[in-house]
Design a protein around this ligand. Structure first.
Ligand SMILES: *[C@@H]1O[C@H](CO)[C@@H](O)[C@H](O)[C@H]1NC(C)=O
Ligand SMILES: *[C@@H]1O[C@H](CO)[C@@H](O)[C@H](O)[C@H]1NC(C)=O
Ligand SMILES: *[C@@H]1O[C@H](CO)[C@@H](O)[C@H](O)[C@H]1NC(C)=O
Ligand SMILES: *[C@@H]1O[C@H](CO)[C@@H](O)[C@H](O)[C@H]1NC(C)=O
Ligand SMILES: *[C@@H]1O[C@H](CO)[C@@H](O)[C@H](O)[C@H]1NC(C)=O
Ligand SMILES: [Zn+2]
Ligand SMILES: [Zn+2]
Length: 627
């Protein structure tokens, strides 16, 4: 946020807080400054942790709970560091800075402007996520600018990059050994990416299971455990810290072999949750959510007294109330730092250049992915984003071929036929794993095109399936986790990490109650938000929230245009074709001949992703119906 010198900016809205004028990004709302907060506990060494930001540096303009921008965050960090200058404060990012927001995804290569914003934070340790590795141009940008900017602090122990001379090099530093500034702790750090196979041709991820048997890795452990003082080992990287993540435990047992008495702290990411796990008496792991909703905080006291180390953690909501409270500020102009203001200003300029605030319509209500009940016994919840997509968004899809990209699929001899579908029924299937975020009441902008689903999928079709077979597909795909014989799962790791409240009842008093009876917080209206339960209990969230229900969501949703015809055309994201074909073979009930016949005319249905991906379909609807 920025003060009065920016009033002239057309995109800024003026809001009055303690009679000081503030400008907010894209009309972002202010948080509720009366919400009850838990305090942070500081130790001799403390950490701030970000992960899976996916370009959300403008903040969540339609959600006051996460309405700060990256400039506010920088002011928070600088204030916190000043206030606690007798202890160490390290700041760490564990990757996935791309894909999911207009700021990152509207430039070519993706990340050009968002990286420029991000790198104003002086991270002590930073690494890549899988979203830095899909596209070769993105990996090159990351290597050429971010690795260069952060130097030895950019660490990737198991990710390799092919540089412009064709040499395979580590994606940054292989590991980092350094001393903390204030208390002089000796820190050995490594960074690991989960076993990721879908990277571009210029990157390679060496599986952790291989690294732990590599001599060079063991040599580092031997060298540092015998020749150097090590007070703390930091393993940060793009993999979850949950107990069921096998790779982390394999790594941990090797580390323990060489460092039986050293504290090992993990920082993780990728599954987009808030989590804290206790791994052994001298080791814990922290994971700090997603999309600039959360800043993770961790304190350790006291590393030199290994008999009695105290670790604490908090998940800080990304808003000014939290940021100002934890830094003991109640005046915005005293909270803002020069650098924070500069970054907010830069965000304004980039938003304007990219037209992020171009409004296509006004979303009339909130639509939720997990907080609304898709499977309602009587009638589906009108707040279900998935039902809304089925009923109103997917039906807008039409067959159309653009040939507007350089995809080699289009070089196939015969152009895919344009479906003459007037006589058939139609089913459109998408996997819910491709839907990334809720849709909130307020302006539907150019930025919103990327937040619900940033993916540029194309659509394929299997025409002329007997309707009684076609209607079985969704049911087959939604029975269980749906894993193909080669181990590929239909659910992504974000979905697998979600713990559903299976018997959540929307009529529960718990939900209808506007107040929660708690002696400490009587009569304060709580807002919905994270109510995390982790290995340390239920007091991790800095803001005391009401619980958001988490309902079961299907693996796939479908629009079924049923006119009672004998045949149905089945349309789906090309990305999920292996799952569709497998489900169709099951639906054919062992009749291999029939299956073979049915798939003879599988073809492209719509490759115009600049007009017909999910974000663009939402935009069409906004223009038509949300004025
Ligand atoms: C948090 O810290 C502030 C300032 O030190 C104090 O006034 C307040 O009582 C603390 N709140 C809680 C819940 O401990
Ligand atoms: C730490 O902060 C205190 C209080 O603001 C200040 O007096 C002191 O100079 C600071 N120390 C360092 C090393 O910056
Ligand atoms: C361990 O730490 C706790 C909290 O700081 C303290 O109350 C306790 O006395 C310590 N115990 C020992 C044995 O040092
Ligand atoms: C296709 O590739 C050519 C050559 O690489 C490039 O100039 C052109 O812009 C590309 N077309 C599209 C639509 O991406
Ligand atoms: C496939 O397309 C051909 C040519 O249009 C048509 O003759 C045939 O019946 C189609 N088969 C199926 C199973 O749709
Ligand atoms: Zn992510
Ligand atoms: Zn990831």
């Amino acid at each position: 946020m920025i003060i009065s010198q920016l009033i002239s900016l057309a995109i800024a809205t003026l809001i009055y807080l303690n009679s000081i004028t503030i400008n907010r990004q894209l009309n972002a709302k202010l948080p509720n400054f009366n919400e009850p907060l838990r305090n942070l506990t500081f130790g001799k060494i403390n950490f701030l942790h970000t992960t899976d930001t996916h370009g959300w540096y403008i903040g969540h303009t339609n959600q006051k709970q996460y309405s700060s921008d990256w400039g506010d965050f920088i002011s928070f960090y600088e204030n916190l560091k000043n206030n606690h200058n007798d202890s160490d404060l390290l700041i760490i990012d564990t990757g996935d800075r791309h894909d999911g927001n207009g700021l990152s995804d509207l430039t070519s290569p993706n990340g050009l402007k968002s990286n420029d914003i991000f790198k104003n934070v002086d991270y002590d340790l930073i690494t890549v996520g899988n979203h830095e590795l899909y596209n070769a141009d993105v990996s090159k940008l990351e290597y050429d600018t971010m690795v260069k900017h952060y130097g030895e602090k950019f660490v990737s122990t198991n990710v390799l990059y092919m540089d412009d001379d064709g040499n395979w090099v580590t994606f940054g530093n292989q590991y980092r050994y350094f001393q903390s500034n204030v208390n002089g702790y000796n820190i050995l750090s490594f960074s690991f990416m989960f076993d990721f196979k879908m990277g571009n041709e210029r990157v390679e991820v060496l599986p952790i299971m291989e690294i732990i048997n590599e001599q060079w890795f063991i040599d580092i452990l031997i060298d540092y455990s015998t020749n150097y003082p090590v007070d703390l080992i930091i393993i940060f990287g793009h993999l979850p810290v949950s107990h069921d993540w096998f790779e982390m435990y394999q790594l941990h047992s090797i580390l323990r072999k060489y460092f039986p008495d050293t504290f090992i702290q993990y920082f993780g990411g990728h599954s987009h949750i808030r989590d804290f796990s206790i791994i052994d008496e001298l080791s814990t792991g922290l994971q700090s959510g997603r999309y600039c909703e959360t800043i993770g905080f961790l304190s350790i006291d006291d590393l030199k007294n290994t008999e009695n180390i105290t670790v604490d953690r908090k998940y800080i909501d990304f808003n000014l109330h939290s940021f100002m409270h934890h830094t003991n500020h109640n005046e915005i102009d005293k909270f803002n730092t020069d650098k924070g203001l500069m970054v907010s200003q830069k965000l304004f300029e980039y938003s304007e250049e990219l037209n992020l605030n171009e409004v296509y319509g006004y979303v009339p209500q909130n639509y939720y992915m997990y907080a609304a009940e898709y499977y309602h016994k009587d009638k589906p919840d009108p707040k279900s984003l998935l039902r809304f997509l089925e009923n109103s968004i997917l039906p807008q899809l039409i067959p159309k071929i653009c040939y507007d990209d350089n995809n080699s699929d289009n070089d196939k001899a015969e152009p895919p036929f344009l479906l003459n579908s007037t006589n058939n029924d139609r089913i459109i299937l998408i996997n819910t794993g491709g839907i990334r975020y809720d849709l909130y009441k307020g302006e539907f902008t150019k930025n919103s095109l990327f937040t619900v689903s940033p993916f540029k999928n194309k659509w394929n079709v299997i025409p002329n399936i007997p309707s009684e077979i076609a209607i079985k597909l969704q049911w087959i795909l939604n029975s269980g986790d749906y894993i193909l014989s080669n181990g590929i799962k239909l659910k992504n790791s974000h979905q697998l990490s979600i713990k559903e409240d299976n018997d959540y009842n929307i009529n529960d008093n718990y939900i209808n109650d506007n107040y929660i009876n708690d002696n400490n917080i009587n009569d304060i209206k709580l807002s919905y938000g994270y109510t995390t339960i982790d290995d340390k209990g239920n007091d991790g969230d800095d803001t005391i929230h009401r619980k958001i229900p988490v309902y079961k969501v299907p693996n796939v949703i479908q629009t079924y245009e049923n006119n009672g015809n004998a045949y149905t055309d089945v349309v789906y994201y090309d990305f999920i074709q292996p799952f569709i074909l497998h489900a169709l073979s099951i639906a054919c009930d062992g009749d291999k001949q029939l299956f073979k016949e049915l798939i003879t005319n599988v073809s492209l249905y719509n490759d115009c992703y600049n007009e017909f991906n999910l974000g663009e379909l939402l935009k069409q609807f906004a223009i038509k119906s949300w004025q």
